[in-house]
Design a protein around this ligand. Structure first.
Ligand code: DGL
Length: 277
C-alpha cells in the first residue's frame, strides 16, 4: 500500500471489466506509476443507457477517483468517452478543479486508424451508445477525411462479458451475426476497430468469424502509448502522479466475482474492494 500522503494514482475507469484490457497495457508502458481502477460493474452495461445517464454515472465515478487522490483519470470506456468526456472536460472540470484532467480512448484510437487500412474502409464494432453518438466517424474524419467508416452495434456483447460467458459455445452465433452484418456493409473493409474495451475479452470468438485479411485493432496498446506520450508532454501532471508501482481495484459490484472474472483478463491476480455508490 502506498503512502496516503503522497498517493496520487492514475485513475482508470470503465463500466465494468473492459478497462482492464486497457490498464494491462498501460501498466506495461508506465510500470512505476500507481493506478486505481474503478469498474462500475453494478450499473453496467452503459451502452444501452441514455446520454444523460452515462454522463451522470461517469461523472460520479470520476469524482470518486478524484476523492481518492487521482489527478488524472482515463475513461477506459468508449461509451463514457463518447457520451460524457466532453461535458466533463468543458463543464465540470473548471468547477471541480481546473488542474485535474480526464482523458478518453476514442481520440487516440482514431488518430492512428490511418496506419492500418490500405483500402481506406474501416469497420467499427461498439455499443449502441457509441455507435449512435457517431463519435468514431466524426473523429476519424478529423484526422483522416479520406477514410470511410462503417459501424455495427453489438448490444449483447458487454452483458456476455460481464456475466463471464465470453467463452461459452452459445456466444458464437451472436458474435458471428454482427461481424457478418458489418462485413456486408462494404467488401472493402480491411480493418476493424474493436470500439468497446470489453470486446478484446471476446477476441477468440471474433477472430473465428472475421476474414483473415482484416486487421483487428484493439485499443490497449494505442491508449497506453498515448498516455505515456501525454505525460511526457505534460511534465506538471507527470510530477503529480505518485510512483510506487501499486495497482488497486475498486468495483461497485461483488468484489469476489470481480476478482475471479477480472483476474483472467488482467493476467494477474486481482484483489478488489467493493465501493458502494
Ligand atoms: N467497455 C465499455 C466501452 O468501451 C462498455 C460499455 C458498456 O458498459 O456497455 O464502451
Amino acid at each position: 500500500m502506498s503512502d496516503k500522503k503522497t498517493y496520487s494514482p492514475i485513475g482508470v475507469f470503465d463500466s465494468g471489466y473492459g478497462g482492464l484490457t486497457i490498464l494491462k497495457e498501460i501498466v506495461k508502458e508506465l510500470p512505476e506509476h500507481d493506478f486505481l481502477y474503478l469498474g462500475d460493474n453494478a450499473r453496467a452495461p452503459y451502452g444501452s443507457k441514455s446520454f444523460e445517464e452515462v454522463y451522470d454515472l461517469t461523472l460520479e465515478c470520476v469524482k470518486q477517483l478524484f476523492d481518492q487522490g487521482c489527478h488524472l483519470v482515463v475513461l477506459a470506456c468508449n461509451t463514457a468517452s463518447a457520451k460524457a468526456l466532453r461535458n466533463i472536460q468543458q463543464k465540470d472540470l473548471p468547477n471541480i478543479d481546473p488542474t485535474r484532467r480526464v482523458l478518453g480512448v476514442i481520440r487516440p484510437t482514431t488518430e492512428l486508424a490511418g496506419n492500418y487500412t490500405k483500402t481506406k474502409h474501416i469497420g467499427v464494432l461498439g455499443t449502441a451508445g457509441t455507435v449512435l453518438s457517431q463519435s468514431y466517424p466524426i473523429e476519424v474524419s478529423k484526422f483522416h477525411p479520406e477514410i470511410k467508416v462503417y459501424q455495427e452495434a453489438c448490444p449483447l456483447w458487454v452483458p456476455i462479458v460481464e456475466s463471464g460467458k465470453q467463452n461459452a459455445d452459445d456466444t458464437d452465433a451472436e458474435v458471428k451475426k454482427h461481424i457478418d452484418v458489418l462485413m456486408s456493409r462494404s467488401p472493402k473493409i480491411d480493418t476493424i476497430i474493436l470500439g468497446c474495451t470489453h470486446y478484446p475479452l471476446l477476441i477468440n470468438k471474433i477472430k473465428k468469424f472475421v476474414p483473415e485479411y482484416v486487421t483487428l485493432i484493439t485499443q490497449g496498446e494505442i491508449v497506453a502509448k498515448g498516455l505515456k506520450d501525454y505525460l511526457q508532454r505534460h511534465p506538471e501532471m507527470e510530477a503529480k502522479c505518485s510512483k510506487n508501482s501499486s495497482i488497486e481495484f475498486l468495483t461497485t459490484g461483488d468484489a469476489s466475482f470481480f476478482d475471479e472474472n477480472g483476474g483472467k483478463f488482467f493476467g494477474k491476480e486481482i484483489k478488489s474492494k467493493h465501493l458502494q455508490l
